[in-house]
Design a protein around this ligand. Structure first.
Ligand code: F6P
Length: 341
């Protein structure tokens, strides 16, 4: 078979592990030909391809980013985009497509599958917000990076008797903040799913100072106060209509400083969370997803996404996985609240 593969959306540790697994299993076990599209859907629209043979995937397992490149190109936002995608697949003789991405990339995949393209999706995102899978790869690595940062900030915060506010990614889902904050022993965790009360945050910080230590506040970039709006660094939107989040950490730090009378600083972890080598968990999950995607293609499946349920890799409808985001349930946030203050 001729299998097309692409990586779309934000880069994410583990993308190369999926690519390697698809190539190794596709070529090694089935004699497939794997065609890589550069920069996500842009490569399909512009017929920008790279042959993915065994040599192309040698040594890429531990590498972050994606050897195929990525973009946030949305064929459905472009005049004639879907037709150009169909024409490329037809002319290159692609039998099946394996797009690796989050809600946007797989949202395009869902629509293409509905139009008759044979598609098997692979879920990736550091945000862990794709529905129908327990975890996406990349999340564990991002949480590890954020946790290490929090560990380091505890010591500098305590030495200087100041509040440290750590702003993490996650867009509209608080998974990174929740897990990194719990693992790093944060004194307050703020997530988009629970608009926060500024008085409550200040009280937790004050309580921490009163007990002789300095507070660490982990805030998700999409968190907002009960009576306020999302913080935006720019008004720009990407091709999928997402605004660029950021700035809540600095805003909160200045409020906390004003209200506690003690210095507060903000640290924005940003793309550090997405870069670098994947954790062992992410390497294994990404590899298993890649192997399972090839199996699904050869089983004649389409319109499905490989997913993690417990410890099993299963197949779920793409349409179900992309219908809504997987957000942090109230009871998971309540577990973290036990440690606030
Ligand atoms: O979806 C992954 C993610 O890192 C989000 O957490 C973040 O809001 C967004 O991508 C940032 O995207 P970009 O790198 O395009 O600014």
């Amino acid at each position: 078979m001729r299998i097309g593969i692409l990586t779309g959306g934000g880069d994410c540790p583990g993308l190369n592990a999926v690519i390697r697994a698809v190539v190794r299993k596709g070529i090694g076990e089935h004699g497939d030909e794997i065609v890589g599209f550069r920069d996500g859907w842009r490569g399909v629209l512009e017929r920008d391809t790279v042959p993915m043979d065994l040599h192309a995937v040698r040594g890429i397992l531990p590498r972050g980013g994606t050897v195929l490149g990525t973009s946030r190109t949305n064929p459905y936002a472009l005049e004639g985009g879907p037709d150009r995608v169909m024409a490329t697949l037809d002319e290159l003789g692609i039998d099946a497509l394996v797009p690796i991405g989050g809600e946007d990339t797989l949202g395009v995949a869902t629509r293409l599958a509905e139009s008759g393209v044979r598609v098997v999706g692979v879920p990736k995102t550091i945000d862990n917000d794709l529905d129908s899978t327990d975890y996406t790869f990349g999340f564990d690595t991002a949480v590890g990076v954020a946790m290490e940062a929090i560990d380091r900030l505890h010591t500098t915060g305590d030495s200087h008797h100041r509040t440290l506010v750590v702003e993490v990614m996650g867009r509209h889902a608080g998974w990174i903040a929740l897990h990194a904050g719990m693992a790093g022993g944060a004194n307050v965790i703020l997530i988009p799913e629970n608009p926060f009360d500024v008085d409550g945050v200040v009280a937790h910080c004050q309580h921490r100072f009163d007990s002789g230590y300095s507070p660490i506040v982990v805030v998700s970039e999409g968190a907002k106060p009960k009576d306020g709006d999302l913080m935006l660094t720019t008004g720009e939107k990407d091709a999928f209509g997402h605004v660029r989040l950021g700035g809540i950490g600095a805003a909160l730090a200045s409020l906390i400083e004003e209200r506690t009378g003690r210095e507060a600083r903000a640290v924005v972890l940003g793309h550090i969370q997405r870069g670098g080598t994947p954790s062992p968990f992410d390497r294994v999950l990404a590899t298993r997803f890649g192997l399972a995607a090839v199996d699904a293609v050869h089983d004649g499946q389409s319109g499905v996404m490989v997913a993690l349920r417990g410890t099993d890799i299963v197949r779920v409808p793409l349409s179900a996985a992309t219908a809504q985001l997987k957000l942090v349930p109230a009871e998971r946030y309540a577990e973290a609240e036990v440690f606030f203050g």
